[in-house]
Design a protein around this ligand. Sequence first.
Ligand code: AMP
Length: 274
Amino acid sequence: MKIVERISDLSPPGERRRVLVPTMGALHAGHISLVRLARESAGRDGEVVVTIFVNPLQFEPGSDFERYPRPEAADEAACRAEGVDLIFRPQPNELYCSDRSTFVEETSLSKRLCGASRPGHFRGVTTVVTKLFHLLAPDAAVFGEKDFQQLAIVRRMVRDLNFPIEILAGPTVREPDGLALSSRNQYLSAAERRQAPVIRAALLEAARSPEDSAERVLTLVRQKIESAPLARIDYAEIVGADDLQPRLTIAPRTLLAVAIFFGRTRLIDNILLG
Ligand code: AMP
């Protein structure tokens, strides 16, 4: 396994099928499931590339950029155990010039949900994903459905800007109690961690509900989440899974997406309804 930190040390993909898994590191079983999808797609002779980059551009000022976990040795070991071919792990000043003035921005899907709560976040994501696509020229790239909005925005960007890259999606990997794996779960206090499975419980209750009014389903979801005293709802919305625009009724490909604070830790999750 090669580990590259400098752009000038990257070699072109060559003839082998190259499949990319972009991450911010602190790898957990969710990331590993994407690496396995990448291997399936690349084939035995293909090349699986994991990027590890805590992207300053997608963190709002005052958020957790500095304290975001960076367990380099454990990440390397996890990638080695999965047969990853290349880790690209640049420092921020390797990817960004201090006088940078060009960004990539998706202007519709990015507006709502996490885009409304985290101004500039998705511009940071689309800019860095574009850079990684240019630098690594993969045939395919894998993203997790846990970040459903991010996946939709990347697909839209690839379509709109004609990137010759196939976008593959992996299902959300969860703890046994239903909490979606996230590098941010380690910020939770013991009491917050005990209450965090309420997020998944609320999503499942919504999916089981026979209600077809979005407002009534959202009321159920809010009540369930507010039953956990340490939870604070950032948003709970029902939108179309493809356009991410609000829906009044539940129909096929309707998405329920939530962002919930436990203390300063913001967790997201989603489920398809209908
Ligand atoms: P991150 O390191 O948080 O930027 O995530 C890197 C990739 O892993 C993204 O495509 C995420 O959607 C995906 N991911 C994060 N958590 C999970 C999870 N629990 N299950 C599946 N994929 C995930």
